[in-house]
Ligand binder design. Structure first.
Ligand code: DQA
Length: 238
């Protein structure tokens, strides 16, 4: 999809607005969402927790906004314990509308069917990695980025809990290094807000905030605020 390619190639940090619930998705109008983010993330696992039948009509009002679809596995913050097949079925419902899809690095091996479909449809996907407890060793992140690249992901994304200021330094240094694949990084927890600005300044492509009232990760900014802040920072890129 042409718009997805441009989103990476111009090197500008983009803000992804994420919906934490079906009502947050239903209650937003197109203009408000458009103003608050560059892409919107539809967390299919969260929608399904609110309504067993997920249908494309749920996001039809966001026409014109690039949509990123995610069906998160439980171990990385998903709403419920869905099998790989159930997550792939959820993603299937989104493919007509998808600008991007998110698959965890840990799910690559079991999600081959949907990955083949994404390749056939030329829909870019990002391979994600989450740690809600700590910032993992840099070698672990490097390994995950290499696995993402080897599997054909268009981007590697890491979200990890920041416990100390040293974690901020280490995550931003990881962001600044060349991993042979576009990278997005962000912190979670009390140091999340500051980490998200720092990572954006260091070249993180996709920078997440929430749309509506419900954060989809601890310490996320409101997407509209993050978009404003990130656009102010663009003159100070490291
Ligand atoms: O993977 C990510 C990033 C995220 O966990 C965050 O830290 O903002 C929020 C999730 O909704 C999204 O799928």
């Amino acid at each position: 999809m042409a718009s997805a390619k441009i989103l990476l190639e111009d090197g500008q940090p983009r803000v992804v607005g994420s919906f934490g619930s079906l009502s947050d998705l239903q209650n937003i109008d197109n203009h408000t969402a458009h103003e608050a983010c560059d892409l919107a993330e539809i967390r299919l696992d969260l929608l399904q927790a609110d309504s067993p039948t997920v249908r494309p009509e749920m996001w039809a009002h966001l026409r014109g906004i690039p949509l990123l679809f995610t069906a998160r596995r439980k171990e990385e913050g998903g709403a419920s314990d869905l099998s790989a097949r159930e997550r792939m079925n959820l993603l299937e419902t989104s493919l007509e509308s998808a600008a991007w899809v998110d698959i965890e690095v840990a799910s690559i091996a079991e999600c081959g069917d949907i990955l083949a479909e994404l390749t056939a449809r030329k829909i870019p996907w990002l391979a994600s990695y989450h740690d809600f407890e700590k910032l993992p060793e840099t070698a672990r992140l490097e390994e995950a980025a290499a696995a993402a690249k080897a599997a054909g992901a268009a981007m590697f994304k890491a979200a990890a809990k920041m416990v100390t200021p040293a974690d901020l330094t280490r995550l931003s240094e990881f962001q600044l290094a060349d991993h042979g694949i576009p990278v997005s990084t962000m912190g979670m927890g009390p140091l999340a807000p500051v980490s998200r600005l720092l990572c954006a300044q260091c070249g993180s492509h996709f920078n997440y905030g929430f749309l509506g009232n419900t954060a989809t990760a601890p310490g996320q900014w409101d997407s509209a605020l993050l978009k404003q802040a990130v656009s102010r920072l663009s003159q100070f890129r490291i």
